[in-house]
Design a protein around this ligand. Sequence first.
Ligand code: N01
Length: 550
Amino acid sequence: MTSQPSQKSGSIEHYDAVIIGAGVSGMYALHHLREMGMSVRVYDGATGIGGTWWYNRYPGARVDGPGSPHYCYTFSKELMQEWDWAETQSKQSDVLDYLEYVADRFDLRRDIQFETWVEDVRYDDAAQRWTVETSTGVRASAQFMICAVGALSMTNMPNIPGIHGFAGECYHTGNWPHEPVSFEGKRVAVIGTGSSGVQAIPEIAKEAEHVTVLQRTAQFTFPAGNRPLTAEEVADARANFDSNIEKMHANDGGFPVDPSPERSAFDDTPEEREARYEALWQRGGFGFFHGLYSDIAITEESNQTLSDFVRKKIRETVNDPETAKKLLPDHFVITKRPILDDGYYETYNRDNVTLVDLRDDPIERFTETSVITASGEHPIDILVLATGFDAISGSMLRLNPKGRGGVSLKEKWNERFHNYLGMAIGGFPNLFMIHGPGSPGVFYNMPLGAERQMGWIGQCMSHLREKELGAIEPTTDSEEAWGNEVSGIADFTLFPRTDSWWTGANIEGKPRYFTAYLGGSLYYQRIADVASNNYEGFTFEPVHGIDKQI
Ligand code: N01
């Protein structure tokens, strides 16, 4: 591909592509487009690379999915041979060290501008280019706009009376300070018992004088089973790099795991089922979910066999029966994002931890020095908000690009997050999302997902350049059909029936429906087919000024 070198014209810089976000996805997008010979600029509001791994530095933060050594990039065999992962569930600082290493190894920083918030992104119909205004005054224009803004980066701040008047320290897990936070001798309240809260609470409790956990929804959590990787595992990952990648591509979650045979929970006797759950529980880790019956997320009856098992574990683990009762979840297990923990339920056996069930004892307000619930006042020094994110669509809506005719994304997405293939949006030509709504995103190994989506996007860009086309965007019909496909797959499962950040139910006023593509590896087949079918579902526009038959 011929590159259009970046150049300054007046106060505006011109690139082939602008990437917003220097996290896992944006870093790969930069590398990939540079390899294609494009001029690229990345903007990020943080002072360093890493995105989610830059911001989420709370105590206990670790990879809580299928972990190392396969939560990483696969584009470079050498990189895989060079990097030593220490544990199965890498801690946040290890993942960030890895990303720093990647940034240095592939000389990424020279094309990234940090501490720069993109404040306006606007399509210029006549020029067929995007223009970008930033917080530092730098302006840029590019033919292609890559939004690598993160599926879990727009923090959800609870709107509770008096919270802004609380005079103690207050931290959100998704925007944790870089300086160490000391909990020693402090009375701490934590709101939120999702993955972040469940990872942070046991660590905070080890240090604090007292921890009050303010729980809105009891959660199912599973033993993380974190342990050092063995030399054999590391050697195996290196020696079998190619075959592992093949397996990862075939696997529905993007990990080198052989597909489990189709088997209902009721194909086993209750005793066999119990033994299976127990063995998975003892082993721990995300493998728990790979080892489950294939109908666990499909039928209520199968789901109940597992939820009964975990409820029994909670009762066995937590000494105080009243506390144990408050911890028993009542939704379908795994239909909220499964959580991996390291001694979460055990933490409630400590004398310095109190659980408040907000369903029975709701928060009324904050004062300067306390949180007041229906049952009384809890004096606190530190408030930790583990309240999650306006996930999947929130960071795109915060960016709020303005497409054709100045129509904003907020206008386009006021009821549904219309898009095609989870990557492209009608009325927003040449703009691509990574891990956006309608993609497997948060249900897939995210570094690998970013690589695979970016591969498709790069191919699409090459197609435009080779055919001398100026713009591509999806049709309304293809967006509607894609939305139906995404919902149709989800409706086959129990996932949409539970309130979760997957369904947008955690954010007041957000359209409530399940937006992730649950078809696993089928997604990559679907997008490949669209490309090989001359980008079926898209419309093209010639380069303005060129009279061309498309
Ligand atoms: O956020 P969450 P998270 N009053 O939305 C509660 C990924 N992750 O940051 O369930 C009271 O899951 C809310 O209650 P409810 C992972 O994919 C990855 O924990 O909505 N409570 C819930 O308990 C994960 O799933 C890693 O009723 C309020 C909690 O806050 C995703 O990020 C580590 C409230 C939010 O839980 C998000 O996890 C951590 C209110 N007003 C997370 N508002 C790694 O891999 C919200 N809540 C490192």
